[in-house]
Design a protein. Structure first.
Length: 156
């Protein structure tokens, strides 16, 4: 009986160590070319009201936004509130959590004019432990792809 309890406690301690393991920064990125000038792409991305159009509609609910902030639910399970941290005209938009997120993150849109087109890189940097990385890495990668491809679809 004591060995079963001792074994259970050892397993519980191991699980706690895994769940509270060191967090590492993970980068998820997608790069696309939008057939519009950087000014048009920047103006669209600079307004958080437009970001709902980039998100996968089937996964997002209760969207509320202003020019600088957006809050929403993901699959009715997680509430997220984001705000624009900085804007560099026609170059970069940095978005960070407005409230405590499930994990630390930063979203970055970087624009590089290329003739009449704009090369756009969308990056999500997320601080994840091993368990969280296994649970959300695939979804974060898909999100970068979906948002970048939605930008192409919306702006041409």
């Amino acid at each position: 009986m004591i060995s079963a309890v001792g074994s259970f406690i050892c397993q519980l301690i191991l699980i706690c160590k895994v769940l509270t393991a060191n967090y590492t920064m993970n980068t998820f990125q997608n790069k696309v070319t939008v057939h519009q000038p950087a000014t048009k792409v920047f103006d669209f991305l600079a307004d958080m009201n437009n970001h709902q159009k980039l998100m996968p509609a089937e996964d997002i609910g209760d969207w509320k936004s202003t020019y600088n902030e957006a809050s929403f639910n993901i699959r009715g399970m997680i509430s997220l509130s984001l705000k624009v941290d900085s804007r560099t005209v026609n170059e970069q938009i940095k978005i960070v959590p407005a409230e405590k997120p499930p994990f630390e993150m930063e979203l970055m849109w970087e624009l590089k004019p290329s003739g009449q087109d704009t090369e756009v890189t969308f990056t999500i940097n997320a601080e994840l432990n091993l368990m969280m990385k296994m649970a959300v890495s695939g979804q974060l990668k898909k999100l970068t792809e979906h948002e970048a491809n939605s930008l192409i679809f919306l702006l041409g």
